[in-house]
Design a protein around this ligand. Structure first.
Ligand code: N01
Length: 560
């Protein structure tokens, strides 16, 4: 059956309590929690294995930018005590091995159907259930659907003239082959200089005969300072996990346990400020931005951090003209996700690497064997698109989702995503989103935010079952208020000043809305908990009579 074709009247092949879309870290934990509470659950996953983003993003150098001792599940103490991370930032194969270990350890695979996309989900107002159609043509019904589709899972290929004509090897960082790619002796082009490019460029440069990097926007990157984890370091985390996890959940804005900033950039004299930046730089990682508490709020404060990084680039890169091109100048540091690298800037000192500034020399065309940019020709054997994602909404938009009155979610979100708490959207009852727009999601340690959403949704379903409630739906008012709050909080920061994927600015035609909630994971958790404690304030819960429920159930049984 074609994508988008709706078969809501079809007889479902199977009924479930919950259908989960995606078997990344969110879908896996949700399955574990819900199954433990006696709900019948089916997970559909388009890949052939678990792991979501870590299943697809296999490019050279792929690593998480949150330290592995923290970018890991906390729900099982045995798991966090027993799993041995080898490095401060584990490489992609190890994170994928961890996902597979979790799937085996908690016996998840028996309820996951791989190689299967959810194409259509339609809410049946009479039955108060979702009818879901998969790429295999199966039709299932469920009381609840949960979109665990990931925020960075819909890879983007830019519309560059002639891209389809290229006859050499073509790769996208987010759809990397499962077998190793050998660039030895090849002339390679990389388009893009975001996190994926910044991680892969140093490794590709070591293999390729010649590497040309096509940069449209220079990005801020700080060193990862990655290293093997010692047994003592691992043990320190293990001994202190209860407090580390608690602080990360409740006290850190981004869900990453670190020394929190206690003052603003101008509370230190210049010398002390530079020392502070230096010590953050040599420690490495995303927590560079936690040097001061006003870096995301005040441009002048932000400039001090941005100047520090620009200075580092000038120190590292030998050719001053190349260094100048690599120095970001069009956005505050951190307003696009800061990158974390190993030897990125130093790679441009290599004789076999060239940087092309697309602002000065735009790509004119891709031909069968080269890129033409400015008035120059760059012959290539292989081309790597490190061009990112249609973030946060892209994977949801690929599913034909119809809520009340046959209204499509894509229509509702045409001017930008609207949610209540990033968890639900009005008019689409019993449809949950994990780490959806309007929640901290991509501004946080994703696994921490995933666990929070999964726990909240699970508790909600348990509460509904206890009350005999069939349906939960965000009210229009609660959604309007939340969207206004999300926008207000973002407007008080420097984030909206960048043309970032947070804003949808990387996808031509996508509405410019700051999508994640920037109020911090602690505040957000508190709000979600209070909403639940007040009987799911801002949501409508409807209780069908027992007779109605029995009738619906016997109708379904007869149809099966
Ligand atoms: O994607 P991006 P990414 N012509 O969107 C350029 C997470 N992640 O895959 O900035 C030329 O950041 C585009 O240029 P511009 C992390 O959250 C995490 O690298 O739009 N260039 C940009 O340079 C990250 O933020 C990890 O002007 C074009 C690049 O392509 C997010 O994923 C690792 C172009 C895209 O950069 C996305 O990262 C990897 C065009 N037509 C990813 N279109 C870690 O955990 C786009 N570009 C470490």
């Amino acid at each position: 059956m074609a994508a988008g074709e709706v078969r809501s009247s079809s007889v479902p092949d199977t009924d479930y309590d919950v259908i989960v879309v995606g078997a990344g870290f969110a879908g896996m934990y949700l399955l574990h929690r819900l199954r433990g509470q006696g709900f019948s659950v089916r997970v559909f996953e388009q890949g052939s294995g678990v792991g979501g983003t870590w299943y697809w993003n296999r490019y050279p150098g792929a690593r998480c930018d949150v330290e592995s001792m923290q970018y890991s599940y906390s729900f099982s103490d045995e798991l966090q005590q027993q799993w041995d991370w080898s490095e401060r930032y584990a490489p992609q194969p190890e994170i994928l091995a961890y996902a597979n270990h979790v799937a085996d350890r908690f016996d998840l695979r028996r309820d996951i159907q791989f190689d299967t996309r959810v194409e259509v989900a339609v809410f049946d107002e009479q039955a108060q259930r979702w009818t879901v159609t998969t790429s295999g043509g199966a039709v299932c019904s469920a009381q609840f659907v949960v979109l665990a589709t990931g925020c960075l899972s819909n890879a983007r290929l830019p519309d560059i003239p002639g891209a389809g004509d290229f006859k050499g090897a073509i790769y996208h960082t987010a759809h990397w082959p499962h077998e190793p790619v050998d660039f030895t002796g090849l002339r390679v082009g990389v388009i893009g200089t975001g996190s994926s490019a910044i991680q892969s460029i140093p490794l590709i440069a070591e293999q390729a005969a010649r590497l040309t990097v096509f940069q449209r926007t220079a990005n801020f990157s700080v060193p990862a300072c990655n290293a093997p984890l010692t047994a003592e370091e691992r043990q320190w985390f293990r001994d202190n996990y209860p407090e580390i996890r608690r602080k990360a959940r409740e006290e850190m804005r981004n869900g990453i346990f670190t020394e929190p900033p206690v003052k603003g950039a101008f509370d230190d004299p210049e010398e002390a400020r530079l020392q502070n930046y230096e010590s953050r730089w040599t420690r490495g990682g995303l927590t560079f931005m936690a040097a001061y508490n006003n870096l995301a709020l005040e441009k002048a404060a932000n400039d001090t951090a941005a100047d520090f990084i620009r200075g580092k680039i000038a120190e590292i890169v030998k050719d001053p003209e190349v260094a100048r091109k690599l120095q970001p100048s069009d956005h505050p540091v951190g307003s696009k996700r800061i990158c974390v690298d190993t030897n990125y800037y130093a790679t441009f000192n290599r004789d076999n690497v060239e940087l092309v500034d697309l602002r000065a020399e735009p790509i004119d065309r891709i031909t069968p064997d080269r890129i033409r940019a400015g008035n120059r020709e760059f012959p290539l054997d292989a081309l790597v698109f490190a061009t990112g994602f249609d973030a946060m909404t892209g994977s949801v938009a690929k599913i034909c989702i119809k809520g009340r009155a046959d209204r499509s979610l894509n229509d509702k979100w045409a001017e930008g995503p609207r949610t209540y708490l990033g968890l639900m959207t009005e008019g689409f009852p019993n449809l949950f989103i994990i780490t959806g727009p309007g929640s901290p999601s991509v501004l946080s340690n994703m696994i921490l935010s995933i666990e929070q959403h999964v726990d909240w949704i699970t508790e909600c379903l348990i509460a509904m079952r206890a009350r005999g409630a069939m349906c939960i739906e965000a009210t229009r008012q609660a959604e309007d208020d939340w969207v206004a709050h999300v926008n207000d909080v973002a407007a008080g920061t420097l984030y909206p000043q960048a043309n970032s994927w947070y804003m949808g600015a990387n996808v031509p035609g996508k509405p410019r809305v700051f999508m994640p909630y920037i109020g911090g994971v602690g505040t957000y958790r508190q709000i979600c908990n209070e909403v639940a404690a007040k009987g799911y304030e801002g949501f409508m819960l409807s209780v069908s009579s027992a007779a109605e429920r029995r009738a619906a159930s016997s109708e379904r049984a007869a149809a099966n």
